[in-house]
Design a binder for this molecule. Structure first.
Ligand code: MRU
Length: 376
């Protein structure tokens, strides 16, 4: 049984207790912390598509556990074949919730294999599935702690003294089962007394930085500073103390090309121009060895309204009344937008990829990574 109440972070975005799933509704953060019960795959699909839960590892785990919760209350199946077919069909449905983060598809593939194997071995298909989904939750926390250790060691070996780093989007306890990936490295540096400050971007249009990363960093009392997305180059130019940019990943191709939150690519260009390290931190489940390069990654495009409007709470409501989220129109109503949720950073611009298996770098003189060999 997964330990979901471990020291992996006081903030729990995913709670799995007595085989019931509740998630923190991230659409209401940082002003209101409300948990939503996810009783079945339809609720799980809705939570992922509407971004009540988000972040590549968290999406996969909520999908897996939403089916575990549904199986737990499902009446007896007529046969093991019926249970296995049900699991396959529900996993195919969950896979349609969001297209870019590969962790979801890796989880779907692995969980189908678990069900098939239980059927083949004549063991309890439902029980095998639930235990495998629980295992994914526990493994993600351990993987993130390993990423934190590897990443912090890599940075402190290269730079002596206190570090100042920049991060983008939200890659912390809210985006994972706990601890975080890129933010896990930041957390580890802080735990070791080696972090002076983390600067983080607002991450328009969904504002994962301004709403979620700030919430996590304040909760942990990690010294931090918010900047708008367009201030990154100005920061790197004016502050030589910022030694590295650390980001997460939604999908990493075999050559190291990395899909991550929109804006990541321009951060990497700026890091190269200003001669700073650009680090990708992700579990190996974010690496898709089935694709040779980032050209094959499907980039999700989201609603125009995420750009043409802004959502928040009124200051009056923060003074004490009931906190109500409000959506305010900022562009003319007729404005058409282009809203890709992710972009692909070419491997050439990436200094290192930190996983729970270690830190991968390019061979001397190479423009791309060889992750298939690294992961062998
Ligand atoms: O659209 P989101 O919020 O799901 O996008 C999240 C990101 O791009 C994260 O950087 C990535 O998933 C890594 S989370 C550990």
């Amino acid at each position: 049984m997964a330990d979901t109440s471990s020291s992996a972070g006081r903030l729990q975005a995913i709670r799995w207790e007595s085989r019931q799933l509740v998630i923190l509704n991230q659409l209401l953060l940082p002003h209101s912390s409300e948990y939503v019960k996810i009783a079945d795959c339809h609720a799980g699909h809705h939570a992922i598509a509407s971004m009540q839960t988000r972040g590549a590892p968290a999406i996969a785990i909520v999908a897996a556990l939403s089916l575990a919760a549904e199986l737990n209350t499902h009446p007896e199946f007529d046969s093991s074949e019926a249970a296995c077919n049900f699991i396959h069909e529900r996993l195919d449905f969950l896979a349609t919730s969001r297209p870019t983060a590969v962790n979801l598809f890796a989880a779907v593939r692995e969980l189908k294999q678990v069900a098939d194997q239980a059927l083949h071995e004549n063991t309890d298909v439902r029980e095998a599935y639930i235990q495998a989904a629980e295992q994914m939750l526990a493994a993600d926390i351990a993987d993130n702690q390993a990423i934190g250790r590897f990443g912090a060691d890599f940075l402190t070996n290269e730079h002596k003294g206190q570090l100042k780093v920049l991060t983008h989007c939200n890659t912390g306890a809210l985006a994972t089962a706990g601890y975080g990936t890129a933010l896990g490295i930041v957390r580890r540096l802080w735990e070791q007394g080696k972090l002076e400050q983390v600067v983080f971007t607002e991450t328009r249009p969904y504002n994962q930085g301004a709403r979620l990363t700030s919430y996590e960093l304040l909760a942990e009392q990690i010294p931090s500073r918010l900047i708008c997305d367009s201030a990154v180059s100005a920061l790197l130019k004016s502050d030589p103390q910022v030694s590295a940019i650390i980001v997460g990943a939604d999908r990493v191709a075999a050559n190291g090309d990395t899909a991550n939150k929109i804006g990541t690519y321009q951060l990497a260009i700026s890091a190269r121009f200003h001669n700073r390290k650009f680090i990708v931190a992700a579990p190996s489940t974010s690496i898709d060895l089935n694709i040779g390069s980032g050209r094959e990654i499907v980039i999700e495009e989201r609603d125009d309204k995420e750009i043409t409007r802004i959502t928040g709470v009124t200051c009056d409501s923060l003074q004490g009344g009931k906190v109500e989220m409000e959506s305010v129109q900022i562009a003319p109503l007729e404005t058409r937008a282009w809203n890709p949720s992710f972009d692909v950073t070419p491997a050439d611009l990436i200094s290192a990829i930190v996983t729970e298996r270690g830190v991968f770098v390019k061979q001397p003189g190479a423009d791309v990574f060889d992750l298939a060999s690294d992961l062998m």
